[in-house]
Design a protein. Structure first.
Length: 424
């Protein structure tokens, strides 16, 4: 049992005046932003907070672009929560988990979902993006959301196979604007114009789907995990998105799609009374790697649907100006470990310190914070961060095996289905 867990709030660390520093449940709905250089204690803080949520029986999702945090978490999952674990490691090629961002989307969220998926691709390839690519890809994703069993693997075929496209749109797509685009506008493109227009999409999507780790996960029509179900069942979703093994663009794309899908799933809880929406906690380390242009909307809307965000990274220059403004405008609580000389004065101003020297002078495992208490920002609080507790047991391999057995699918069967679709 975690010695510093308290049921109605998280323990962030110890105050320099004695006693623990809590973060109340209600304050978490306004999100927590954590920044600090490598080695200052940021990752250990995230680990401690995640452990507390897991032991409390809360629903948790963790996106880690390095793999160290996800590996550590596995040593703190108690036996009674083993069946709640979904361990998503895309480089596990022999038994991939099925995540289909097009699956089971309510009709009233399909337009927003299409925008979010397109934004995920744009996030990975921002320098080669244009309005025509955006326009066609949005209509393509929107159409696939209506096609039963639709996956991103179908996208290239939708663009180039006239017979397949006409039948799919005519049979399944009901939105009049989407139908009109495909049956009238797109069908009226000359061969030369169409080839030129879709080449960037084929290049980017085709390149992404060349990676077996991505293809075998995204091309499963019957997803083995759906974000709404994970939220409703208070699951523990641990996503090992190590850039070193996946490659940077693949890791960024999977992470962006997951963040978008979790946010959309939270928004779909409009069908549940606000008082009955149990919190679900999304932790994202190096969050700028997965933050699309729609992240500002997620920050502002998530709290209404009991999705809390805990976002960590190393320095402010990693954030575009609009994302930085969204963080400072929407994060109710800010915690800064030691940072560089450029960031310290900016963070000091947000926290309420007189100068950046207080942040520059912090030792490892210490922080300054401005927290939300009863809806009001506190004065600056000096916190000594806790070390990670001793691991409870060394059962990581057993937990991973259990998750693979429950949520993974045999690679051979998946690839046979993909081959049949491509050859049909």
């Amino acid at each position: 049992m975690n010695p510093f867990y308290v049921s109605d709030h998280l323990q962030l660390g110890a105050s320099s005046y004695g006693g623990h520093v809590p973060l109340a449940r209600e304050a978490r709905r306004r999100h927590l932003y954590v920044v600090g250089q490598t080695g200052t204690g940021k990752s250990t803080l995230l680990l401690n907070l995640i452990i507390q949520d897991i032991i409390a029986g809360e629903g948790v999702a963790v996106l880690d672009p390095h793999g160290d945090l996800t590996d550590a978490i596995l040593h703190y999952i108690p036996r009674w929560r083993a069946n709640d674990l979904v361990y998503l490691n895309p480089v596990d090629l022999s038994r991939p988990i099925g995540f289909n961002p097009l699956s089971r989307i309510p009709d009233d969220l399909k337009h927003m979902t299409a925008d979010g998926i397109v934004a995920s691709f744009r996030h990975v390839w921002p320098d080669s993006w244009g309005p025509r690519l955006d326009y066609i890809l949005t209509h393509a994703i929107r159409a696939l959301l209506d096609i039963p069993g639709g996956t991103l693997l179908m996208l290239p075929r939708l663009l180039i196979d006239t017979r397949y496209r006409t039948q799919a749109i005519d049979r399944h797509v009901r939105d009049p604007i989407v139908r009109a685009f495909w049956l009238n506008e797109y069908a009226g493109y000359s061969d030369h114009f169409r080839t030129e227009a879709i080449a960037p999409i084929q290049n980017k999507i085709g390149k992404a789907l060349m990676a077996p780790a991505l293809r075998n996960m995204l091309a499963q029509p019957s997803a083995t995990i759906t974000p709404r179900r994970l939220i409703d069942e208070r699951a523990i979703l641990i996503c090992n998105l190590s850039k070193g093994t996946l490659g940077e663009s693949t890791a960024h794309l999977i992470g962006a799609l997951l963040v978008t899908a979790i946010a959309q799933a939270a928004l779909s809880r409009v069908d549940i009374d606000a008082a009955d929406r149990m919190p679900f906690h999304l932790y994202v380390d190096e969050f700028q790697s997965f933050a699309t242009v729609g992240f500002s909307l997620i920050l502002s809307e998530a709290r209404k649907y009991a999705l809390t965000l805990t976002l960590g990274h190393q320095y402010l220059d990693q954030l575009p100006d609009n994302l930085r403004s969204a963080i400072f405008g929407n994060a109710g609580s800010i915690l800064a470990c030691r940072t560089g000389a450029t960031d310290a004065p900016l963070l000091a101003r947000e926290i309420g310190l007189q100068s950046g020297e207080a942040i520059l002078d912090l030792p490892n495992f210490a922080a300054w914070a401005r927290l939300l208490h009863d809806g009001i920002p506190t004065s600056p609080i000096r916190i000594n961060l806790f070390d990670a507790p001793q691991p409870y047991r060394n059962n990581a391999d057993r937990l991973i095996a259990l998750s693979r057995d429950r949520f993974g699918r045999d690679r051979t069967g998946i690839e046979e289905k993909i081959a049949r679709f491509l050859q049909s």
